[in-house]
Design a protein around this ligand. Structure first.
Ligand SMILES: *Cc1c(COP(=O)(O)O)cnc(C)c1O
Length: 465
């Protein structure tokens, strides 16, 4: 009990020189609340006998400082992705190009022409910033951009199929990840699902039959993140379009990734492009901005002008609209495609197109700089619900460690956290997804953890206790 009485008061602590330094750095409210938390914790520990003595004031203030640092370090922060998964959904999908970042900064640091027409000096439209480039790149009549592709699909269905039947193949009732399920989004929009075919096989005849009744839309959803193999079939998009248009029913193609470039030129399977879907006659095509397009999070809808106009006027469009940062980043990303410099300027295409030789050289450089590990061959993945099972040959720096998972944890605790993976009990680092400007920070961080691990294991050897 006497020990409890030795706990200093809040004012006493803050009267100390290091206490007032905390007040200065972290602000009054947060610092006082944190001092109280630490004192409460100490009190509980003393009461329950988990602690015998009260630390001195500097010791308590050091605990407060640590807690304040934890509380004020942003949770959303930059990390180094050494996993080799290019579109890593948990790590924020596509990194943006330098130009896109610059325009985003300029546009959001001050005022901008988000909805202002400089020529007329009056109200303008926020969609024009991306509509023109999207149309010239894809050949679409019109385009609209919303918050993400899930919102795009919801908006399309709410506008064109509320309380009305929508045809979709059973093989396409997919879950994309994070609990996003195509059938649930469709139900949410108020559309009535008409499922056709079976899980593995869908025939054109199935569509034709379903279209005998009055139908609002036919939806095709790209498989994106899984493959069905074996005894399977699905009609081609142009065939689905043909039978649907015979009955005057528009076709929506949810492409998911929505590549504008042909992935086959980089040794990957061919991911269907937006241009192909429109060419096959789809009336609307929707896709994400931050998958294989390599831009910011966005849902992009392109297609027939009459349909896009209806979508744009739907009340939900306002609820899911894109903000100025998204539009600035997207417009600049699209410019890279227009200028034919997408592969050189957009990070995900730089990563996809990086030559095996260049990656091997980087891995060798890492080995040399660290003086540790071994360069082995491995595979990088596209990820992000694109090209399931498809990999790119790569070179990895591999470290043989007894406690790989503990090492991974220490890498994550670095000021600039490094995310890596374990493969066959070795820790591996893929140069493909480490941005060139992060390379030094990566090597410094890895070096630091390697050194401290060596020291502790040496200590262990010297002193077996
Ligand atoms: C990824 C994906 C979505 C969801 O896109 P978000 O931009 O993440 O909302 C929807 N449909 C398909 C087919 C997808 O692959």
């Amino acid at each position: 009990m006497s020990e409890l009485r030795k706990l200093p008061a809040v004012d006493q602590l803050l009267g100390e020189r290091s206490g007032s330094a905390l007040l200065e750095e972290f602000g009054r409210g947060l610092t006082i609340a944190t001092v109280r938390e630490v004192l409460d914790e100490l009190r509980e520990q003393l009461k329950h006998g988990e602690r015998k003595t009260v630390p001195d004031r500097d010791g308590i203030l050091e605990q407060v400082h640590q807690k304040l640092i934890e509380k004020t370090t942003p949770r959303l922060r930059s990390v180094i992705n050494a996993t080799g998964v290019i579109l890593h959904t948990n790590l924020g999908r596509a990194p943006l190009s330098k130009d896109a970042l610059q325009v985003i900064t300029e546009v959001s640091a001050g005022y901008c022409t988000l909805e202002y027409d400089l020529r007329r000096g009056g109200r303008g439209s926020r969609s024009i910033h991306v509509e023109e480039p999207l149309c010239s790149l894809t050949g679409a009549e019109s385009a609209v951009v919303v918050n993400n592709n899930a919102a795009a699909l919801l908006l399309i269905l709410s506008t064109l199929a509320r309380r009305r039947p929508v045809v979709i193949a059973r093989s396409q009732l997919v879950e994309i990840g994070g609990g996003f399920r195509i059938p649930e989004v469709m139900a949410q929009s108020g559309a009535k699902l008409i499922e056709v075919g079976t899980t593995n096989r869908v025939h054109l005849e199935d569509y034709r039959e379903a279209l005998q009744t009055s139908v609002a839309l036919v939806v095709r959803a790209h498989h994106s993140n899984f493959k069905i193999i074996g005894f399977t079939s699905e009609p081609d998009l142009h065939e689905i379009v043909e039978v649907s248009h015979e009955r005057g029913v528009p076709v929506v193609d949810d492409l998911g990734s929505g590549a504008l470039l042909d992935t086959a030129q980089f040794g990957l399977a061919h991911e269907p492009t937006v241009q192909e879907s429109l060419g096959a006659g789809a009336d609307l095509v929707c896709f994400s901005g931050d998958k294989l397009l390599g831009g910011p999070q966005a849902g992009i809808i392109v297609g027939k002008a009459v349909l896009i106009e209806k979508i744009r006027r739907h009340p939900l469009a306002r609820a899911v609209r894109a903000d100025k940062m998204c539009l600035a980043g997207l417009a600049t990303t699209l410019l890279h495609y227009l200028k034919g410099e997408a592969v050189q300027k957009i990070p995900i295409w730089q990563m996809i197109s990086a030559s095996a030789e260049k990656i091997h050289q980087r891995a060798l450089g890492w080995r040399e700089s660290l003086g540790a590990g071994e360069v082995i061959s491995g595979r990088s993945m596209v990820g992000g619900g694109s090209l399931p099972g498809e990999t790119l040959p790569t070179s990895l720096l591999a470290l043989e460690l007894s406690e790989a998972n503990r090492f991974l944890k220490r890498l994550r605790e670095l000021p600039y956290p490094i995310i890596a993976r374990v493969e066959e009990e070795r820790l591996v680092f893929d140069p493909r997804t480490v941005l060139p400007e992060q390379e030094q920070a990566f090597l410094d961080g890895l070096n630091l953890v390697l050194k401290s691990t060596n020291q502790t294991s040496q200590k262990k050897r010297k002193n077996p206790l």
